[in-house]
Write a protein that binds this ligand. Sequence first.
Ligand code: HGY
Ligand code: MN
Ligand code: MN
Ligand code: MN
Length: 400
Amino acid sequence: MLPVDPDRFLQDLHALRRFGAAGTGKGVSRPGYSEPDIAARDWLAGRMRDAGLAPRFDPVGSLFGLAEGRSLLLGSHSDSQPEGGWLDGALGVIAGLEVARAAREAGGPPISVVSFEDEEGRFGVTTGSSVWAGNQTLEGADALHDPSGLSFAEARARFGDRRGDFVDPAQFSGYIEMHIEQGPLLDATGEALGVVEAIVGIRDMHVTFTGQQNHAGTTPMHLRRDAFQALSAFNAALSERFANVVTPQTVWTIGHVALHPNAPSIVPGRVRFSMQWRDGDADRLDRMEQIIRDTAADIAASHWMDLAYGPMLGLDPVTMDRGLRGALEQAAQAEAPGRWRVMPSGALHDATNVARLMPVAMLFVPSIGGISHDFAEDTAEADLVTGLRALARAAASVAG
Ligand code: HGY
Ligand code: MN
Ligand code: MN
Ligand code: MN
């Protein structure tokens, strides 16, 4: 067992929380490549250096704290959603830092840490780890834009001469990511830890309906080509058509809508919206894509809309490595006897990409009320510390 220091871990976790503090100080707004995100990474690089790790930014802004030689990699991400919680990603990075630091102090096995950039998908889907793992090419990522029109190429240039080369994944023996559950299960059962068996797959694309902008007073209803009405009809039709295909675990979300020109007295001429769907079965994800495209085409025809699609992004479901998962199960039983479970992840994580490169596993701690991607996200301090200890125990048993 590595001698982790829970107080030092909690201090660092709260120090990271100050970057982009928002929502009366409880949550954070720290999207990838924002000023608070870059400042947080500079702070984190300093903490890595203090811990005896060599900080290194890669070309997309992911920050590694490297131990010498072949090492186990721990971490997650330190960017957040535009309205995000203080633990989503930050927990795995700071817990990884504490375990790596404790290992160095105790003369233990080499352990490295990473904070991947843009896990929250300002530009793509888990952009930083996707590019590192080859699920997305750098050229392909560079052509992506955030909702304001900023390109990924412009955004990553903000790291300037901090950036070095990509880190060679061959120097890592495996990757363990600790994370908050972001769902209601552990909180409801009163269990302290979740060992992840698999992470769901995701598909994500933008759809645009273009009709005819016009005067909202003079244009008769039957002559309108109203983009909002098209979106509204699309959403209703989609829910009906999905009914025979989805399971209770399947989810889909229209989370970002840009209505043009978005004014009370103008019939909206254009709407661009995000369409995202997730499931543990890649075939079902493909069937859903076909239903989305068929439904959009039917609505475009019935509402006199032109139809266009943005790039299709996605990651298939992945299962966790048996060996690393076993180490987490043993550690969970030691730290929280009878108070842990094996469970799937409905949220996406950098581990999905890293699984292309090396064995990966994940450990969850409870989310109070199951709330995440919201300023109110939180976890009881005792659960944070139990998670840290279980991570340290598992890392000690597989590293070196
Ligand atoms: O949306 C997700 O599942 C992740 O938090 N980016
Ligand atoms: Mn996360
Ligand atoms: Mn998230
Ligand atoms: Mn007028």
